[in-house]
Design a protein around this ligand. Structure first.
Ligand SMILES: Nc1ncnc2c1ncn2[C@@H]1O[C@H](COP(=O)(O)OS(=O)(=O)O)[C@@H](OP(=O)(O)O)[C@H]1O
Length: 482
């Protein structure tokens, strides 16, 4: 009996050994095959050896030694002076969860309370009951007119110049506040107010389309879009409203979903700029912002720290990965996994408790992800004509041409462009730093390249063929050393 057991265990040992050998040989063959594949495929080099990989690696080093979103605290400025910065609120764990540390509570000011109302990607308990509550708003209804158009970003893409150009048309009026900005759809505080303003009669916490509409109407009246007197006098009876909120593009799925639910007739406009120039403008804006609002966190932060901090967060949340090949990148692109990582990334920025104006210097430039989300949401309501995507550099070069294109898209009658407004520069940043190093520029170029390519492809599918390669050659880049 014992010898039979011995024979059986010897046999199973031999079988396991044989299986292990076969597995090892297979893996080896696969590795060799992959390596030889890579030798043939020059595109893959981008993902393995180039600045793309370098910038990912450096983001870890930079973050652990003082970048914006990391938890460390010493930052050396361009002049070599080391400054103490407050440690970050954000503690991202490798499993993707996060927690806020004490410092977000440290901002006990009114400012903080104001900021904490901003929300990027909340999963609120609201439904779009579009089927039971069809779009019954008649032409001419105030809410319908107020939500005729919305500029959704990108931040630092020239949104204010575009807003001014559109508002110069006699049919258009500002439905927002200062600069036409009205962060109606991404503001948790406002959403809460709406809920309180019109709580559903059935007592549930679900906001339905018509409740949101009533809330919007109330808000717009409160903001004098149409005062009671104006309505009575019919002053703006034929006017159409536009508001701008550059953070909408960078707000995950909830903002386009809300817009498509409450104002499916609305026409969204995105104006996209070379993501490297956008990031650099963002950085300089943040410095200006510090001066204006007394925010001290970024004092002495170099451009590279600013961007590496965000890249670190993009990595931690799994938006950016160490792709080994272009095929790898492509199979991840647009996947549910990428979307989840993106939402988590937005959530983490939100948890910092800082205003959205500071969020995502690099993430905001990953346009492909953001535009895909918007296209997806517009497709859900079978609209393919309510998203216009403009190139910022085109607008700068041919303001009048773009003005007429936008007017046509908004269904406005042709009107001569005002030469005082259209084709002019508005809201230029006074740069506190002149430029970035060639190395940083190249690394960012490599990082954005696959996403730009993805964007060109997506826009090509939407019939916008002239995007191909627009940012492949540097334009308007301030590259002198700062
Ligand atoms: N006509 C025109 N066309 C294209 N771009 C223009 C135009 N006018 C201004 N600008 C540049 O736009 C940058 C500001 O962008 P935004 O207005 O979107 O900024 S913000 O998001 O509202 O803060 C800002 O860029 P920087 O100066 O590089 O920061 C402006 O100079």
């Amino acid at each position: 009996m014992q010898s039979r057991w011995k024979i059986m265990s010897m046999r199973s040992l031999l079988l396991t050994l044989a299986a292990t050998i076969v597995a090892c040989v297979t893996i080896q063959i696969n590795i060799l095959a992959t390596m030889s594949d890579r030798d043939d495929d020059s595109e893959d080099v981008v993902f393995q050896n180039s600045g793309f990989r370098r910038i990912l690696e450096r983001s870890v080093v930079a973050s652990s030694s003082g970048a914006v979103t990391s938890s460390s605290s010493d930052v050396t400025d361009a002049g070599g002076t080391t400054k103490r910065t407050p440690s970050s609120e954000l503690d991202v764990k490798t499993d993707g969860s996060s927690s806020t540390r004490g410092s977000s509570r440290r901002h006990g000011s009114l400012r903080y309370h104001y900021y904490k109302g901003w929300v990027a990607s909340d999963q609120e308990d609201w439904t779009c009951d579009a089927q039971n509550e069809p779009d019954l708003l008649p032409e001419g209804d105030i809410t319908r007119r107020a939500f005729h158009a919305v500029i959704i970003g990108a931040m630092k893409g020239g949104t204010q110049a575009l807003m001014k150009a559109i508002l110069s048309h006699k049919r258009m009026m500002n439905a927002g506040m200062l600069h036409g900005e009205l962060h109606l759809l991404n503001n948790k505080g406002m959403m809460k107010n709406l809920r309180e303003f019109k709580h559903p009669p059935d007592g549930s916490s679900v906001i339905r389309r018509r409740h949101l509409r009533e809330g919007f109407e109330w808000l717009l009246r409160a903001r004098d879009f149409d005062s009671e007197d104006d309505i009575a006098a019919d002053v703006n009876a034929d006017k159409l409203g536009i508001h701008s909120a550059p953070v909408y593009l960078f707000s995950g799925r909830s903002v386009p979903a809300r817009l498509m639910c409450v104002a499916p007739w609305s026409r969204a406009i995105a104006i996209l700029r070379n993501p490297i120039d956008r990031a650099f403008s963002h950085y300089n804006y943040v410095h200006k912002y510090i001066e204006l609002h007394g925010e001290t966190l970024f004092n002495g932060t170099r451009f590279e720290d600013f961007i590496y901090g965000d890249i670190w967060l993009l990595r931690k949340t799994g938006v950016l990965r160490d792709w080994q090949s272009e095929a790898d990148f492509e199979s991840f692109s647009g996947s549910a996994e990428e979307f989840r990582a993106w939402e988590m990334y937005l959530k983490h920025w939100e948890l910092t408790g800082r205003p959205p104006g500071i969020w995502g210097p690099v993430g905001r430039g990953l346009y492909a992800i953001q535009i895909e989300i918007w296209v997806d949401e517009t497709n859900k309501i079978n609209r393919t004509d309510n998203l216009l995507i403009l190139e910022s550099e085109d607008f700068r070069g041919d303001g009048v041409g773009i003005y007429h294109r936008v007017a046509q898209y908004l269904g406005l009658e042709r009107q001569k462009a005002s030469r005082h407004v259209v084709g002019r520069e508005h809201h230029r940043t006074v740069y506190v730093h002149d430029g970035m190093s060639e190395e940083i520029y190249t690394s960012l170029y490599e990082l954005f390249r696959p996403y730009n390519k993805r964007l060109y492809k997506l826009l090509g599918k939407l019939g916008e063929d002239d995007w191909d390669g627009v940012w492949d050659k540097p334009r308007d880049v301030r590259r002198e050393e700062g």
